[in-house]
Ligand binder design. Structure first.
Ligand code: RTP
Ligand code: MG
Length: 140
């Protein structure tokens, strides 16, 4: 299996509740390694650009407002099959549908305030990592 990198964001609902450590522990227990990490406040422009793929969706405006409502922790996770593994650990978008033991099942407040983001494919992972990090920021 290939070693991959994926972008993770710990969302404002989770930083507000001070549970970033608990979330990172879930990644580490699953065999994912944090190879870059930064706590930032997204600007409206950054949030709009990051979620541009959803620009036509009815939830876009609300999502941008939520993602700029507090600090986030952007991270690069590395490991075998990291993209799929991270999404497995995260659980389904809707916490009501998320499997037991997943981050979203245990921590998400709602479909929108669902605690974490994870890239969904190799191409989006590469683009999303580049959005926040330069090669020099990533130490494997
Ligand atoms: P993410 O991109 O954050 O990893 O989550 P995802 O792939 O599971 O979900 P996606 O469909 O890409 O949606 C991105 C984020 O938008 C918010 N959302 N709200 N109210 C709604 O119907 C709704 N649908 C999606 C969530 O914060 C979701 O993670
Ligand atoms: Mg997505």
């Amino acid at each position: 299996m290939a070693i991959e990198r994926t972008l993770s964001i710990i969302k404002p609902d989770a930083t507000r509740r001070n549970i970033t450590g608990e979330i990172v522990a879930r990644f580490e227990k699953a065999g994912l390694r944090v190879v870059a990490s930064r706590r930032i406040r997204l600007s409206e422009m950054q949030a709009k650009a990051f979620y541009a793929v959803h620009a036509e969706k009815p939830f876009y405006g609300s999502l941008v407002a939520f993602m700029t409502s507090g600090p986030v922790v952007v991270q690069v996770l590395e490991g075998e099959n990291a993209i799929a593994k991270n999404r497995e650990v995260m659980g389904a978008t809707n916490p009501e549908k998320a499997a037991p033991g997943t981050i979203r099942k245990d921590f998400a407040e709602s479909m929108e305030a669902n605690s974490v983001h994870g890239s969904d494919a190799p191409e989006t992972a590469a683009n999303e990592i580049k959005f926040f990090f330069s090669d020099l920021d990533i130490v494997g």
